[in-house]
Structure formats: structure tokens, C-alpha cells
Write a protein that binds this ligand. Structure first.
Ligand code: GLP
Length: 241
């Protein structure tokens, strides 16, 4: 695990964006894994800037998002599908047909989960994945538990996650209780991972991820076993490492 501590979130966003830009230049038809949340926003802004300067071309890139709330429509202003179009996809020259965000559509959501993993595999696997981290150490929506879930699955959101995400909704009651998420196994199959954490509120989770035991009670701790993880932290998030 390579760990870089930067002054602020904007600098981290630029540094992380350059890793994605390098991947797109090296392999124009690369498969990118994207995340939502407030943490990757500076990176998406920096990617839009690089595109506007004509330095990167998304036309052949394919993307897979980590997760999505269950029970809200894709047109909902807090859906992750909408988040990605609002913050990145509508601002760069990506082909909307190459964009995948998980979404349970059939009567049997387990089939949708298996289909999502099969689509990632058929695309050749994810070359480069961006991750944030939850206050409880979750990655994507893999909540603390007794096992590391392998594939894409439906998950009940923890109280900690509902509490953290209520800022995007009118009240905690409106936060969906379930989500569809790539599993830890799906994430670990990515060839390269960049994780960003900013703010003092993430310091405990970051410390458990880096210095703690590999334990599904801190899902991000599994990243200690991945061969190519780069972690970008600001000073607050790095306070306990
Ligand atoms: C959300 C997402 C995660 C994200 C995390 C942190 O619930 N499912 O992918 O990393 O919470 O979000 P934020 O970056 O807003 O702190």
C-alpha cells in the first residue's frame, strides 16, 4: 500500500485524476471503476478539466460504478446513476452505452447482482478503481460484518451509513435502507486501486484500514492484501496513522 499525505482535498483530486488520466492514455479502452460520495468530487472536477484541455479522451473507456441505492429511481436526485452523470459523465466525452451503474431491475435482485459481476468479467475486469471509505470502514456499501462478501449483493445499510448519508436527503427517514453493491471480492479483483480519504471524521477508519488487523469489521482492511493500492489522505484523515 502506497500512502501519500497531501495538504488539501483539491491537491488530492488532481493527483488522483492524473493516475486515471495516465490509465486512459496508456489504454484508451480501459475499464474504470467509479465511486460516489463527496470525497471523489475534486477528482471528477480535475478529470473534467483535463478533458476540457484536450488531454484525455474517454470515448473508448468503459466504466462500472461500485454501488447504488435500492428502492429509488435512477432519476431521483440522490441516485448514484444521476450523481455520476451530473458530476462526470455529462461533462466528458464518454459513450453513455459504456457506462454501467448497478441497479436491481428484475424480480430476482440476486440475478441482477450475478449479471453485474458477469458484465465486469466480460469487459476484462476493472483496470483502475477509485474508492472512498465510510466512517465505519466500509468500502462501496460493504458494511462491517462477519465475512468479506465476495460478489455484488444487496445489503442493508448500517445506522452509521444512514446517519452519514442523511445530509443528502431531507431527513434520515428518507435515506434508502438497502443498496446494491459490488462485493469485496469484486473490488479486490481490480488490477489497481486508488483510495481517497479526507477530513478528521475518517481518521479512525483510515487507521484501522492501514494499521489494524484484516477484519471484516473494517471492510477496507482487506486492501492490505491487494498488490497495487495507492491511498491519498489529507492531514486530518492521516492524523492517527
Ligand atoms: C457512501 C458510498 C461509498 C463512499 C462512502 C463515503 O455511502 N457508498 O462509496 O466511499 O459512503 O462517502 P463520502 O465520500 O461522502 O464521505
Amino acid at each position: 500500500m502506497k500512502i501519500h499525505v497531501y495538504e488539501d482535498a483539491a491537491k488530492i483530486g488532481k493527483a488522483a485524476a492524473l493516475i486515471f488520466a495516465a490509465k486512459i492514455i496508456e489504454k484508451p479502452d480501459c475499464v474504470l471503476g467509479f465511486a460516489t460520495g463527496s470525497t471523489p468530487l475534486p477528482m471528477y472536477e480535475a478529470l473534467v478539466e483535463l478533458r476540457n484541455l484536450g488531454l484525455i479522451n474517454f470515448s473508448l473507456a468503459r466504466t462500472f460504478n461500485l454501488d447504488e441505492y435500492a428502492g429509488i429511481d435512477r432519476s431521483h436526485e440522490q441516485s448514484y446513476y444521476r450523481f455520476m452523470f451530473d458530476n462526470l459523465f455529462s461533462k466528458v466525452n464518454i459513450n453513455p452505452e459504456n457506462v454501467m451503474v448497478p441497479y436491481p431491475v428484475s424480480a430476482n435482485p440476486d440475478d441482477d447482482c450475478k449479471a453485474y459481476d458477469a458484465t465486469i468479467d466480460a469487459a476484462g475486469g476493472i483496470d483502475l478503481q477509485i474508492l472512498g471509505i465510510g466512517h465505519n470502514g466500509h468500502i462501496a456499501f460493504n458494511e462491517p460484518g462477519y465475512v468479506f462478501p465476495a460478489g455484488t449483493h444487496i445489503v442493508d445499510l448500517s445506522d452509521s451509513t444512514i446517519e452519514a448519508n442523511k445530509r443528502f436527503f431531507a431527513s434520515a427517514d428518507e435515506v434508502p435502507r438497502q443498496a446494491i453493491t459490488m462485493g469485496i471480492g469484486s473490488i479486490m479483483k481490480a488490477r489497481e486501486i486508488v483510495l481517497i480519504a479526507t477530513g478528521r471524521g475518517k481518521a479512525e477508519a483510515v487507521s484501522a484500514m492501514i494499521n489494524g488487523e484484516i477484519d471484516p469489521m473494517c471492510p477496507a482492511s482487506i486492501l492490505q492484501l491487494h498488490p497495487a493500492v495507492t491511498v491519498f489522505l489529507d492531514k486530518e484523515a492521516a492524523a492517527l496513522i
